[in-house]
Design a protein around this ligand. Structure first.
Ligand code: SF4
Length: 374
């Protein structure tokens, strides 16, 4: 399908021809490293928010020289990309403290990213009375930093427009997710990931147009095998479509996820009824499915996961967590215990950021699928 090819190509590299076009018009690109950083604010400044990935990067030796190898391989890969000069096209970076690994990365980026803007956005780690106020003050800090460092003004009207554009993406992606409720789903999990990654990598209005054109083509499509086990993938920093395809090739359909490069990133609209846009942005980020970095979030996160299991008719969950990722190591244990009560099996796979598959992972996936099907 030609339409899908476009998304596949965009997802396969970090810089892409759409970014080249954008830059050739003298426009700026700002990298961010976490799903909790509100992209709407960067978009409202007339800039392209780019979720930083390191597709196909295998060697992180320069990153390893500055970050301890106990840092997860996503953070080391981002630093490696910076040190290699692969991120020289960026005009700024927004960092955060999702975990200690990210905090270390933030320090390295502050020191080594020679860009007009390197801003630290301090994320909320517990849900409590003051959490929303904290988030709003961080969003205001981001607005100030962009305005001062890059000489622009972000108005309420700009923010309202960006909210509308991003909500449109979320509505279109919800239609895409509805197609994954079919058996067989109208697209594979790998194709879904390519589409979502493309959305994080090109101008958002263009992505919306492309996806709007693609959806009717997908609605008529039945190309993935029916009757195969239906899986959901959860975990941290998983943005490798080849890894998803590797699992699917063992005989499963991945039809939903709880990834920060996937459904967890885009589910949940921002209120457009005309109140304070910063308040509306904060409300959405506080009420969407939280990641394990929010330490008292398990119950609310599990409720969303449970609904997803039912709506997408999931047979099993794969936890694809990065080696040394403490947040997901803890969350996996809590999930195993809670899912047992719901008789949903979980396969725990520890991987590196760039892992596309391995003999050992293949054997374990096959055994898991046999157990589900048996
Ligand atoms: S994968 Fe885990 S350790 Fe790595 S940045 Fe994400 S939360 Fe932190």
């Amino acid at each position: 399908m030609d339409g899908l090819k476009y998304f596949e190509e965009i997802a396969s590299t970090l810089p892409n021809p759409e970014i080249d076009k954008w830059k050739s018009q003298g426009r700026r690109v700002i990298g961010s490293v976490c799903s909790d950083i509100p992209e709407e604010v960067i978009h409202a400044a007339g800039m392209l928010p780019l979720r930083v990935r390191a597709p196909k990067l295998q060697d992180t030796s320069m990153g390893d020289a500055h970050l301890h190898v106990f840092n997860c391989s996503y953070t080391r890969s981002v630093l490696e990309s910076l040190l290699r000069g692969d991120l020289n096209f960026l005009d700024g970076f927004v960092t955060t403290n999702t975990c200690d690994h990210m905090l270390r990365l933030a320090g390295e980026l502050k020191d080594k990213a020679n860009m007009p803007l390197v801003h630290y956005f301090s994320m909320v780690h517990t849900f409590h009375e003051g959490a929303k106020g904290w988030f709003i003050s961080e969003v205001k800090g981001l607005v100030d930093a962009i305005e001062k460092s890059l000489g622009v003004k972000i108005t309420e009207k700009d923010l309202a427009n960006s909210i509308r554009v991003y909500n449109k993406t979320r509505t279109l992606l919800a239609r895409l997710d509805d197609l994954r409720k079919n058996d067989p789903p109208s697209l594979s999990g790998a194709e879904h990931m390519q589409i979502v990654l493309a959305g994080m990598s090109i101008p958002r209005e263009l992505f919306n147009q492309r996806l709007e054109t693609l959806l009717p083509e997908l609605e008529d499509r039945r190309s993935v095998e029916p009757g195969r086990p239906r899986l959901m993938v959860v975990g941290g920093a998983c943005d490798v479509p080849e890894f998803i395809r590797f699992i699917e090739e063992k005989g499963a359909n991945i039809v939903a996820d709880g990834l920060c490069f996937g459904m967890r990133h885009y589910r949940g609209l921002i209120d457009e009824s005309g109140g304070d846009p910063l308040d509306a942005i904060a409300e959405r980020y506080m009420s969407r499915e939280p990641c394990p970095a929010v330490i008292n979030s398990f119950d609310s996160s599990f409720e969303i996961l449970k609904d997803t299991l039912t709506e997408w008719n999931i047979d099993g969950v794969v936890c694809a967590r990065l080696k040394f990722c403490d947040h997901w190591a803890g969350r996996r244990k809590m999930l195993v215990d809670r899912l047992r009560h719901h008789e949903i099996p979980l396969l725990d796979l520890e991987r590196e950021y760039s892992t596309t598959g391995s003999g050992q992972i293949g054997t374990r996936v096959q055994a898991f699928l046999e157990m589900i099907s048996g």
